[in-house]
Design a protein around this ligand. Structure first.
Ligand code: ZN
Length: 392
């Protein structure tokens, strides 16, 4: 056992050593300290949790957040996410790999269970695991998924679909039809339109947009119609594939606000998962400028969630990541206002990721947790039930 462990560690070091010689550098400059003084969010008294907003920054490690801080608000500034009162760490390994992908990473949070990379709320032995969102639905709460990737991408899918391979996005879109989820906002129209239509990635003639509409959803495809909608069920698909990063419209914050507005009308409460999907894509690209832009979009969405939670008083907000991407490190720069960003890989890393929490019982998220424990804790604290569960 000890030998095996040292082998595992050894292979870690060897991989790291071979990559370290090909670090890619990128320079990020530090902004002047922002004049706007940012306030810390307080710890709040424990009480019942009616609503949960679970926010995942895909690929978002400490370096992504801290370089975002330096670049966006300066050395003395703080991002909104850094002002949350409780911080901890999440250990992200998958069942079959020490470095997770987003499917296994999100399944750990949604089901409270470890699975293999690529699997969506689906366990290695072929069982389906119940998700925290499904527990919320069963209690009569409203639920929503918001992402800047396709809405059928691995992270959102892990809350409302069960499938052995994340690549089966056309099937994931079909599974969403009867998921009960009230709000879907993101990209990925390609998986909802029939193969005869331009930009379709379906291999059949189903028009899921029509099928969603028949199920009582209003379909919206731009920020204006999204904001104007007064429907209790919304399918918003704002791009054929993932949403654009530059000049994104709606922003992640605007989608999050809409989701909160719709879901919070349910007096039983709601569960909402929001994903800043493309911090991960910036990491895969080893592109610091892209990462900073995405951290900014992400942080604004965190503020939207916290603004609601402060007002509401019965909302737990948890912000974390499924894994870090790119092995981003911050290196000695040319001046006091500049640093170099180095990347050690074009894939994910196994470095634990930060967890931030606000609201009743937020303090439970302090310290180091396995990613599955975070999922289990959310379900338990919000009175949704005990995870993990196997669906017959
Ligand atoms: Zn990734």
């Amino acid at each position: 056992m000890r030998f095996l462990l040292s082998l595992i560690l050894m292979s870690f070091f060897l991989t790291f050593a071979s990559k370290a010689q090909e670090l890619k550098l990128d320079t990020i400059s530090v902004q002047l300290p922002s004049l706007e003084k940012t306030e810390k969010y307080p710890l709040v008294a424990d009480g019942p949790i009616k609503n949960v907003i679970f926010i995942i920054g895909d690929g978002t490690g400490l370096a992504q957040l801290y370089s975002g801080q330096l670049n966006l608000v300066g050395k003395d500034g703080r991002l909104v996410v850094q002002n949350m009162p409780v911080t901890g760490f999440s250990i992200t390994h998958a069942a079959n790999r020490l470095v997770t992908d987003s499917a296994a990473g999100a399944t750990a949070y949604s089901c409270g269970a470890k699975t293999n990379n690529g699997m969506i709320a689906y366990l290695p032995e072929g069982e389906h695991c119940r998700t925290v969102l499904e527990l919320a639905e069963a209690q009569g709460k409203s639920t929503g998924l918001v992402a800047t990737s396709t809405i059928t991408h691995a992270t959102p899918a892990s809350y409302a679909a069960h499938i052995d391979a994340r690549s089966k996005q056309p099937e994931i879109a079909v599974q969403y039809l009867n998921s009960g989820v009230e709000v879907f906002l993101g990209g990925g129209r390609e998986f909802f339109i029939p193969q005869s239509e331009e930009n379709s990635s379906r291999k059949d003639d189903r028009n899921l947009i029509d099928e969603f509409t028949a199920n009582g959803y209003e379909f919206v495809e731009n920020v204006t119609t999204m904001k104007a909608s007064d429907s209790e069920k919304i399918l918003g698909l704002f791009s054929a594939a993932g949403m654009p990063s530059e000049n994104r419209t709606p922003t992640l914050a605007e989608m999050s606000q809409k989701a909160i507005d719709v879901l919070s009308t349910n007096e039983n409460g709601f569960f909402l998962m929001i994903e800043g999907s493309q911090i991960d894509w910036a990491g895969h690209d080893n592109n610091a400028t892209y990462a900073m832009r995405e951290v900014k979009d992400f942080d604004a969405a965190v503020k939207t969630a916290l603004d609601f939670a402060v007002e509401d008083g019965e909302t737990l907000v948890v912000v974390t990541a499924d894994h870090e991407t790119g092995g981003m490190t911050l290196q000695y720069g040319n001046s006091s206002e500049e640093m170099e960003i180095a990347w050690s890989t074009g894939y994910h890393t196994g470095v634990p990721v930060p967890v931030m929490a606000y609201g009743p019982h937020a303090v439970e998220f302090t310290g180091w947790h396995d990613n599955t424990e975070i999922g289990i804790l959310v379900a338990q604290l919000a009175g949704l039930g005990t995870l993990p569960q196997i669906i017959e």
